[in-house]
Write a new protein. Structure first.
Length: 183
């Protein structure tokens, strides 16, 4: 039986002097998690040594949750501007333009939950009958690195600009995005 994970932290390894031992420093975004981890370990240990397992691996440079949230906010704006599209349709179109494959499938309606679990994006295009529909599917951006997701968000902002979406909120989101992106 798998043991419950106590904490997941990201840290920096700082090498020591030549021949010496380095040390770890918890990433600033994980300090609360680190505090929670120590509190839980102290509670479990009850003043005695406690055996734990530590697994160390390089951090994956995956897209951030903030990038993902911004992407969906922008895609929702795009869909509203088009008026007859869903954010998912806009997403799949943008993925196509970025060279990420999407496909059209004819599937039983009952299979939609399974397909949604397997594929990241499923947009129902047409209901052929009560039992069969046409869907457009794609794996989405979940495997994008931060840089790839940044380029994808830039494409979405460019498209919104081409569409004439220049309300104050979108303009501010773009300014904020540039500050985060460019440091």
């Amino acid at each position: 039986m798998a043991k419950k994970l106590i904490a997941h932290l990201a840290a920096w390894y700082e090498p020591g002097p030549a021949g010496g031992r380095g040390h770890f420093k918890t990433d600033g975004g994980y300090l609360l998690e680190e505090q929670r981890m120590y509190a839980e370990l102290d509670a479990k240990a009850r003043g005695h040594p406690l055996a734990i397992e530590i697994e160390i691996r390089p951090v994956r440079d995956r897209r951030t949750l903030q990038q993902n949230r911004l992407m969906w906010v922008l895609l929702t704006k795009m869909a509203k501007h088009y008026g007859n599209m869903t954010a998912e349709s806009c997403y799949l179109n943008m993925l196509d333009e970025a060279g990420i494959d999407t496909e059209i499938w004819q599937v039983p309606v009952k299979a939609l939950p399974i397909i949604r679990n397997e594929r990241k994006v499923v947009d129902v295009q047409e209901l052929i009958s009560d039992d069969v529909c046409v869907v457009r599917v794609g794996l989405g951006s979940s495997t994008f690195t931060r840089a790839e997701m940044g380029e994808f968000i830039d494409r979405i902002f460019d498209r919104l600009c081409e569409m004439g979406v220049d309300d104050p909120e979108t303009t501010q989101q773009y300014r904020d995005w540039r500050l985060v992106r460019d440091g």
